[in-house]
Design a binder for this molecule. Structure first.
Ligand code: G6P
Length: 610
């Protein structure tokens, strides 16, 4: 969702900003724009559509300058249109602003500004900012921004320029992410580190309520009272190449194939050679963890599905009750929280607005928080008491794949760790489970080796050209069915539902016809026979069945149109394996339909507004 890049230094700002915006494309957007200080005036170019459209215009009429801001916009207030694209500027065209977030009191501010004679050009909430900053401007941009922001309610990350201060770039954040990139004689702002990592690995994660002033000579950070704020720069530990396609046609496919390596990495990070699970950054001591009475997992989208699988794992191994809440429901649900309830936000980006707010609510109510987070230094990682990093590396495809399986792995390890602390599993049990978990990356490789066969299956007419589809599973693979359904619907635009197989008879079976493909998760395990019965019922009504089953289960062919196999594994870890064929089915169907797999319509990777 909305990407921000800003630059001040000796380089060509246009090229640096366009390159940074390209790195942020994955966040999801529908228009883009850039403003530079060129020959003492603000020069702006904005276009609806992909960055390539803006780039084409700038190739013929480039903007030249050493100071600039750029933006990719995901429309909230006002349609995707050129006048609503950022940057926005004030009446005199002195000030340009890019904004990510939502200004909740923008109506009130807009009326006040309009009453002074200002005519707005856009339907956005963001346009109040340049006008408001202009009202407070008296020769010092950061001071004007600070005063203006005191009038603003809501969430923002902003980048600001003023024509009269040709070497000054100002940034500020409250609730939306913003980082500073520190170069040699050049400084950057960005919505995340990928925007700047080509130029520098030294970054500062701005805190809420902080503003920064960047010039070619250095940087200065203050809080909302104007007092200086201290920060120690962090070093980005991943290579920019990791955020490239590396020969794959899409990021999604690359990320699907990275999963075995990601899981090996995560296991190495948390398990030593003697089968001890070490989680050094939990932020709570063993006594506190042992005394917990309840766990609430909060998350959105795919991360919520990971949380649902986590419930089965934690309840199995640690015997502690777990609730799994959608963060958007949790935040307004007036949930019962206390110091003995651990809240676990699960999030790839660490920036999802609803999940971040859930963390704030949990902490306000005295509940401890341990985040399962991918992006190091993200808002949720920094605002929780403790963190379990998932070590998945940058995930660029909007449809989450490797982040999901890495979340499952982190939850599996956490549940075993908690099981030991609570004495609900023996060291021997843990060793047995870890042996099985360590086999998962290799088995996942075997699943991925079948990619061509999965592609051939997915492209069959009755799957690829289905109008509707259903994914079903039971037990620990009920969430897998929901995740498989989400993967397919978000990138293919086919209407798909994920259902608990045992619920079919309570309604959905009415939908079964020869036009309805049903993808059924039927690996060996405690509920296998039950799933088979559900399949028989669907078969009896003419449904088209694609089963995902355990190698050696030849019998399931008799009640399935197609079968994809996964290697035998521990039932509790089977969601890690079934994820691969589910992801590949979605991927190949979406490719076959000519969809934009990495950036599906209307979707954003990082949902930083409510
Ligand atoms: C968006 C993404 C999903 C992701 C969800 C939660 O909808 O497109 O892939 O699962 O947000 O994001 P998070 O970063 O909190 O895991």
């Amino acid at each position: 969702m909305c990407g921000i890049v800003g630059y001040v230094g000796e380089g060509e700002a246009q090229d640096i900003i366009l390159e940074g915006l390209a790195r942020l494309e994955y966040r999801g957007y529908d228009s883009a724009g850039i403003s530079l200080l060129q020959d003492g005036a603000l020069a702006t170019c904005k276009r609806v559509g992909k960055l390539a459209v803006l780039r084409t215009v700038l190739e013929t009429t480039p903007l030249r300058g050493r100071l600039g801001i750029g933006h990719t916009r995901w429309a909230t207030h006002g349609a995707p249109a050129e006048e609503n694209a950022h940057p926005h500027w004030d009446v005199a065209q002195d000030i340009a602003v890019v904004h990510n977030g939502i200004i909740e009191n923008f109506q009130e501010l807009r009326q006040e500004l309009e009453a002074t004679g200002i005519v707005f050009r856009s339907a956005t909430d963001s346009e109040v900012l340049p006008h408001l900053i202009q009202q407070y401007y008296q020769g010092d941009l950061i001071e004007a921004v600070r005063l203006a922001l005191q009038r603003v309610r809501g969430a923002y990350a902003i980048g600001v320029l003023h024509r009269g201060e040709p070497e000054v770039l100002v940034g500020a954040r409250q609730g939306s992410p913003l980082i500073l990139g520190l170069g040699q004689g050049e400084y950057f702002i960005g919505s995340d580190a990928s925007a700047v990592v080509k130029h520098t690995r030294q970054v500062i994660y701005l805190n809420d309520g902080e503003l920064c002033k960047l010039t070619p000579a250095g940087y200065h950070i203050i809080d909302m009272t104007g007092a200086p704020a201290r920060h120690t720069p962090s070093t980005i530990d991943w290579d920019p190449v990791q955020a490239e396609k590396e020969g794959y046609p899409h990021y999604m496919l690359k990320e699907i194939f990275q999963q075995p390596e990601v899981l090996r990495h995560a296991l190495l990070a948390y398990v030593d050679s003697k089968n001890n699970i070490e989680m050094p950054d939990l932020g709570l001591d063993s006594q506190r963890l042992a005394g917990l009475r309840r766990i609430v997992i909060v998350a959105c989208g795919t991360a919520w599905h990971a949380g649902l699988v986590g419930k089965y794992m934690v309840e199995q191994f640690a015997r502690i009750p777990v609730e799994v809440d959608l963060a958007s429901e949790f935040r307004y649900g007036n949930r019962v929280l206390d110091a003995d309830t651990l809240v676990i936000p699960v999030t790839q980006s660490g920036e999802t607005a609803d999940t971040l707010e859930a963390v704030r609510i949990a902490r306000t109510n005295g509940a401890p928080v341990i985040g399962i987070v991918n992006v190091v230094g993200s808002s949720i990682a920094r605002s929780a008491d403790g963190v379990i990093y998932t070590h998945a590396g940058p995930e660029i495809g909007v449809a989450s794949t490797k982040a999901y399986t890495s979340q499952l792995c982190a939850l599996a390890l956490f549940s075993l760790y908690m099981g030991r602390i609570r004495n609900t599993v023996t060291p021997e049990d843990v060793a047995t489970q870890l042996t099985q978990l360590r086999e998962i990356p290799g088995k996942l490789e075997q699943c991925l080796e079948q990619a061509d066969a999965i592609a051939a299956c997915a492209r069959k007419d009755h799957y690829m050209h289905a109008k509707n589809a259903m994914f079903i599973g039971r037990g620990v693979n009920y969430p897998s069915a929901m995740e498989g359904a989400l993967k397919l619907k978000e990138i293919s635009y086919i209407h798909v539902e994920g259902y608990a197989a045992g619920e079919m008879k309570h309604g959905p079976i009415a939908l079964v016809t020869p036009e309805l493909p049903v993808v059924c998760l039927a690996p060996q395990g405690s509920v296998y026979e039950k799933v088979r019965s559900n399949l028989e019922e669907i078969r009896a009504r003419g449904g088209v069945i694609l089963s995902i089953a355990t190698e050696g289960d030849d019998n399931i062919k008799t009640i399935s149109n197609d079968v994809l196999y996964i290697p035998a594994c521990a039932e509790m870890f089977s969601p890690l394996l079934v994820a691969a064929p589910l992801q590949l089915i979605a991927y190949y169907i979406a490719c076959g339909l000519g969809r934009d797999v990495d950036q599906p319509r209307n979707l954003a990777k990082s949902v930083t507004v409510e």
